[in-house]
Write a protein that binds this ligand. Structure first.
Ligand SMILES: CC(C)(COP(=O)(O)OP(=O)(O)OC[C@H]1O[C@@H](n2cnc3c(N)ncnc32)[C@H](O)[C@@H]1OP(=O)(O)O)[C@@H](O)C(=O)NCCC(=O)NCCS
Length: 412
């Protein structure tokens, strides 16, 4: 007799191809997983937990999860459980497979003392029901460079290519990202793939120029890599697709853009997955040369352990308030006495008998945790109830942060 029970099992080297095929189909890839892709997944097997779901013995769902250290205001990091590559066979959707995956991953993470769950959502309607809130946003920029000229200042710019950039770009990213709450870690495998050292067969011979910016004493203060899209002709210009740009200082940032906008035979730069605080319009003589083509949520967070999540980051202002959290899954529900001292140390203790200054759903907490989304905006959307006037502004002041340095978003 058959049963519709969902069985979730670990994936080892023998199941990896099944996992990969299911995943490719779920994300609408027109091809079967290539040997390169399988190699990458094999490497990821040692650091990620891969899972397959079966119903009546039929493999029908796949995902992976892993621990990462997320940069938070401090600078500090907090151990976070990432969920990725989640897909369910079209014939087996809406039967609870994804829900079983996500609930299982969160329960396991909480049991191991992990403070937060994290993911990048393919569709915005899916993960709110599990307590996730959108914590960072991303913009796709388009820059009309036909009339732009920028001064490079005292920065030296060295033209190179992507593979040679790797050993300079990786440590620069790591040092800049540590000061940018929400920046995700990039491991060796990530860099090998980003720099074309591991490439799909059709991508292996792509030319990806790069540039390194150094300040007058030779310190690396920025790196960028790009690709040319389209052809130039006597009456047409090509486009630049910015692949990555990291800047440690305002001078490095300006010099990299000065270089990019000056490239001959091109008249547009498209830059995907840039942070919303990208200061580009402020350095251009004509700020309207840059437009946001697309802006959307990027990283979603789910608090699993409220005291651990708050004490992992610093507060930008002192204050004390009683916060009531609604969390249908129970991880963070209840009333909490939140305190931040002058030195920026947060504490959160259970305070069931206290009357709340503020009530909010756990999704709101995930959205404001990194300090990128002001709570006052969510209050205006009805996603926070203030019981004491000023409580929303007070929590906003405690959670806010000011970015320094610049990195692009990181897909995993
Ligand atoms: C998104 C996906 C993983 C959902 O899988 P699933 O097994 O059908 O999801 P579940 O049956 O567990 O549904 C869980 C809940 O989410 C809802 N849901 C799932 N996918 C949804 C979607 N695309 N839009 C709106 N709601 C969705 C379900 O209705 C259900 O709600 P309920 O608990 O209130 O009844 C699946 O549709 C899929 O593989 N899509 C393509 C790949 C993809 O987008 N993956 C997500 C990567 S972040």
């Amino acid at each position: 007799m058959s049963s519709d029970a969902i069985e979730i099992g670990e994936v080892g080297p023998d199941d990896l191809e099944t996992w990969a095929a299911l995943n490719s189909r779920g994300f609408l890839s027109p091809r079967r997983p290539s040997a390169t892709r399988l190699d990458v997944l094999r490497k990821q097997l040692s650091e990620n937990d891969f899972r397959l779901a079966r119903i009546n013995g039929v493999p029908c769902g796949a995902y992976r999860s892993w621990d990462l250290d997320l940069a938070v205001p401090g600078p500090a990091t907090v151990r976070t459980r990432a969920i990725g590559s989640l897909s369910v066979l079209a014939s087996h959707r809406r039967r609870g497979v994804a829900g079983a995956f996500v609930r299982g991953a969160l329960a396991d993470a909480r049991e191991r003392g992990i403070a937060l769950g994290q993911l990048i959502a393919s569709q915005a309607e899916i993960y709110g029901r599990f307590g996730f809130g959108p914590a960072t946003e991303t913009v796709h920029l388009s820059v009309n460079t036909s009339r732009l000229r920028l001064d490079r200042g005292e920065i030296t710019l060295e033209a190179t290519d992507d593979p040679s950039l790797r050993e300079v770009a990786a440590p620069l990213y790591q040092s800049v990202a540590a000061h940018l709450p929400g920046a995700l870690p990039r491991n060796d495998l990530w860099w090998d793939r980003a720099c074309g050292l591991i490439a799909e067969p059709g991508d292996a011979d792509l030319d990806r120029p790069a540039v390194i910016a150094r300040d007058p004493d030779g310190t690396v203060v920025g790196t960028a890599s790009y690709r040319i899209r389209g052809d130039w002709a006597l009456d047409a210009q090509a486009e630049i697709e910015l692949l990555d740009l990291t800047a440690a200082t305002p001078a490095g940032y300006r010099a990299l853009w000065a270089y990019l906008v000056s490239l001959d035979l091109t008249d547009r730069i498209r830059a995907a997955d840039r942070p919303v605080h990208e200061p580009l319009p402020w350095i251009l003589p004509d700020r309207r040369a840059v437009t946001e083509e697309h802006r959307t949520d990027f990283q979603w967070l789910r608090l699993l352990d409220l005291p651990a999540a708050l004490t992992a980051r610093t507060a930008q202002a002192p204050g004390t308030l009683v916060l009531e959290v609604r969390d249908p899954m129970g991880y963070t529900s209840g009333r909490w006495l939140i305190d931040a001292d002058e030195a920026g140390h947060f504490t959160a203790t259970s305070a069931p008998g206290r009357s709340p200054d503020l009530t909010l759903p756990v999704q709101t907490l995930g959205a404001v945790y990194l300090g990128q989304t002001p709570l006052i905006r969510l209050q205006a959307a009805g996603l926070a109830d203030e019981h004491r006037p000023g409580a929303v502004r007070q929590l906003d002041a405690m959670l806010s942060w000011a970015p320094s340095g610049l990195v692009g978003h990181t897909w995993f």
